[in-house]
Every structure is written in C-alpha cells, then in structure tokens.
Design a protein around this ligand. Structure first.
Ligand code: CA
Length: 237
C-alpha cells in the first residue's frame, strides 16, 4: 500500500443523507473522515484538525459556503472541493475564483467523487506544481506530450505547431491537469490582472488548439470544457 498515512477528509454538509453516503464511501476507500454540519463549527475544526482535503456544501444553514472558502484561503491552501446542488455556472466560477480547487454537482457518482479527491490530494503532495513536469520538464497524457523546455506540444511524436499564445494556454492547463481552471484565472495568469474579462478570445484560441491536438474536436480527449466555467486538462488515472 502506497498510502500508509491515511488522508483525513473533512465533510462540511448539513444533509444527513449525503453525509452518510460520503462517510461510507470515503471509509471504504481508507480515508479518515471528520463530519461537520454547520459553517461555524467547520471553521473551528479546520484550524484544530488540519484536514488534508475539505468537501464543502455551499448551502449551509448558518453561513454561505463561499464565506468559508474565503476564510480558509486567508491562511491555508488545504484543497477544497465544493459539493453543490447549485448548477448555475456563475456559482461554480465564483467558488473557484475565491480559491476552491474543484467542484462537483449533486447528484454525483462515487467514481467521479473519488477521482476528484485523489487529484486534489496529489496536487497538495506535489506543492501545487505537477511533479512529473518538475522532474522531466514534460507532461504526458494519452498520446500528447507537452514539452515545457522546448515550448512544443506533440501528438504521437508529431509537433502540432501551436502559436505562442496557444502553447501558453495548453502549458497552463497541463500544470494544473485534472483541475478546472476558470476563464478568469486563465486570462489573468496569461495576460495579467488587467486582462479583459472577455472569454471570447479564449474560445477562439481553444477552437484552434482543439483542431490541432484533438482527434475529434467535438469530443475532446485532452482538454474538456466545463460549460460556463472554464477548461480542464485530462490526466492519466
Ligand atoms: Ca445544504
């Protein structure tokens, strides 16, 4: 077993049914759980228990989950995965922009949930920078290789000839593979804090990137669209 120290997951959720489901699922996978049903308790217990990952329901009885994200992010980078019944894209984007690492919309499946948790934990363990990139200067998924030293992207060994801006977008998503990056985050990281909030430029770049890297641009294999929120690079599971 690779994980001798069991990761501790805090579940902040006021719905007893979902709590029971999450608790049972996480225990089966060998995680230790800490369950909290109100925002106030959550804030106290996060500082005393220092969980490895936080699953956060946005609709809590005493507090908006977004306020918890803001408060936690003021002092720790513990990964936060938002679990929300809100399917509004603006809510998801807001939570991510406040510092949540990922989100999952109710109802969700066990496999999806566990994959998101593994991704979140892996990113903490490699200090937010993808370990493979730090080691090799490359990121691999499927037949794609991003070469960070040469600033090139290859599909099955063939240089796909991205423009400099296209490369920057792919490179950024690769560094955060498995995690959703909001349009705002991408624009700001690539073009600075004063970047236009217009997502249109990203969509234009992405259409061109997909024509170059995806076998079928309508069914992306490498870069997924999170509708109304942003993009997510695939990672090997
Ligand atoms: Ca709730």
């Amino acid at each position: 077993m690779a994980n001798i120290i069991r990761s501790r997951i805090m579940i902040i959720e006021d719905d007893p049914g979902i709590c029971t489901f999450l608790n049972a699922t996480l225990h089966t996978e060998g995680y230790v759980t800490i369950i909290v049903s109100s925002g106030q308790n959550a804030l106290e217990l996060i500082s005393s228990h220092c969980p490895d990952c936080i699953l956060l329901d946005l609709g809590l009885p005493d507090m908006d989950g977004n306020a918890i994200i803001e408060s936690v992010r003021a002092w720790t980078s513990t990964p936060i995965i938002v679990i929300s019944a809100r399917s509004m894209e603006t809510d998801k984007a807001r939570a991510l922009d406040l510092g949540a690492d990922d989100y999952i919309t109710k109802p969700f499946g066990t496999i999806e949930l566990l994959a998101r948790i593994r991704t979140a934990l892996r990113h903490t363990q490699t200090t937010a920078e993808n370990g493979e990139i730090a080691l090799l200067g490359e990121y691999h998924v499927g037949e794609m290789t991003i070469d960070y030293r040469k600033h090139r992207v290859y599909i099955a060994g063939e240089d796909v000839r991205l423009t400099p801006n296209e490369f920057r977008i792919v490179a950024l998503l690769g560094k955060h593979a498995g995690r959703v990056m909001t349009y705002r985050t991408i624009l700001r990281q690539l073009w600075g804090p004063s970047a236009s909030a217009d997502n249109k430029i990203l969509r234009v770049h992405m259409a061109s990137i997909r024509r170059k890297i995806e076998p079928n641009p309508n069914e992306p294999r490498y870069i997924f669209t999170e509708v109304g929120v942003g993009y997510r690079m695939a990672e090997e599971v």
